[in-house]
Design a binder for this molecule. Structure first.
Ligand code: SF4
Length: 293
């Protein structure tokens, strides 16, 4: 191997390593002058407090000092009863009661009301708005980061290579894609699939909150660091968030790898399968067979 080819391979290896660390969200990559990379390239900070729905409307308590690995939001123990509504419905709907997004009685109505959104600059660069797809009464919801190229072209979530892998993951859980609901935090594609900016997440996340309130899933599976951090309002890296269930407004959240990350790092598939087994067991007690190595 000549030296040019060897240098190219080394560079490629280094690029893959950096990409892996960035995906996991535990990277601090100093520049030669010692300064850190911009915030969106390092561990994502929690959304600014202005992005959080009003505490009074949500009946959430924000602990004065957040213990490590605890969800950012805590439900109060005083949930007023509303006749005819389950506890979960009360919590979810209360949480978006004063949300700045349009009200809607159904998912379809909500899609129609926000599909022309231009609240952030991504509205001007998208080909299609990508709302989400699947069973509007799903018990299980998958949430990813943002549409990619293929999703932007088709107006559907998770239809590219990563989407095909997600479909296989769902089928491995002995479910069908049409049984679950699939959405992203952002509804429009960031140019060149770059990581969403905090300002874009702040504008778009209330739409996801409203979607979840309308679907009322039992479990949310967060795909990748960005989705997990947005849902849980935390800056923790993926490795620290994986493995246990978290709380999102009374709904259980399990964090796993984004399928696109699994395509780049197939060695993570074993851990991903562990996560999916946990989700399925928590959903209805089904024990999936271990995959052959
Ligand atoms: S990304 Fe979200 S907030 Fe931005 S234009 Fe699209 S729908 Fe609106």
């Amino acid at each position: 191997m000549d030296s040019v080819e060897s240098r190219r391979e080394t560079l490629q290896l280094f690029r893959s390593f950096v990409e892996q660390r960035r995906e996991l969200g535990d990277g601090y990559w100093p520049r030669p002058d010692g300064s850190a990379l911009p915030a969106e390239r390092g561990p994502r900070a929690a959304l600014p407090s202005a992005a959080r729905p009003p505490v009074s409307a949500e009946r959430f308590l924000i602990p004065e000092k957040k213990p490590e690995h605890e969800p950012a939001y805590k439900l109060t123990t005083e949930q007023p009863a509303i006749a005819g509504e389950s506890d979960l419905a009360v919590r979810l709907f209360a949480s978006v009661a004063e949300s700045p997004v349009p009200d809607a009685a159904s998912l379809e109505e909500f899609r129609a009301r926000i599909s022309e959104c231009h609240k952030c600059p991504l509205g001007a660069t998208r080909t299609h708005f990508v709302f989400g797809s699947g069973n509007p009464d799903a018990d299980l919801m998958f949430v990813g980061e943002a549409p990619g190229e293929e999703e932007d072209l088709q107006g559907q979530p998770f239809v590219g290579r990563a989407g095909q892998l997600l479909t296989k993951m769902i089928e491995a859980m002995k479910l069908r894609r049409e049984d679950v609901y699939i959405a992203n935090v952002l509804k429009c594609r960031p140019p060149n699939n770059r990581t969403p900016l905090p300002s874009e997440m702040e504008q778009c996340k209330p739409y996801l909150d409203r979607q979840i309130a309308l679907i009322r899933p039992k479990i949310i599976c967060a795909l990748g660091r960005v989705a997990a951090q947005a849902l849980l309002n935390t800056g923790e890296g993926l490795n620290r968030l994986r493995g246990t269930f978290h709380d999102y407004r009374g709904v259980k959240v399990l964090v796993t790898y984004h399928p696109a990350a699994l395509l780049r790092n197939p060695q993570w598939k074993t851990q991903s399968w562990d996560d999916l087994q946990k989700v399925r067991y928590e959903l209805d007690g089904t024990i999936l067979r271990p995959k052959k190595a």
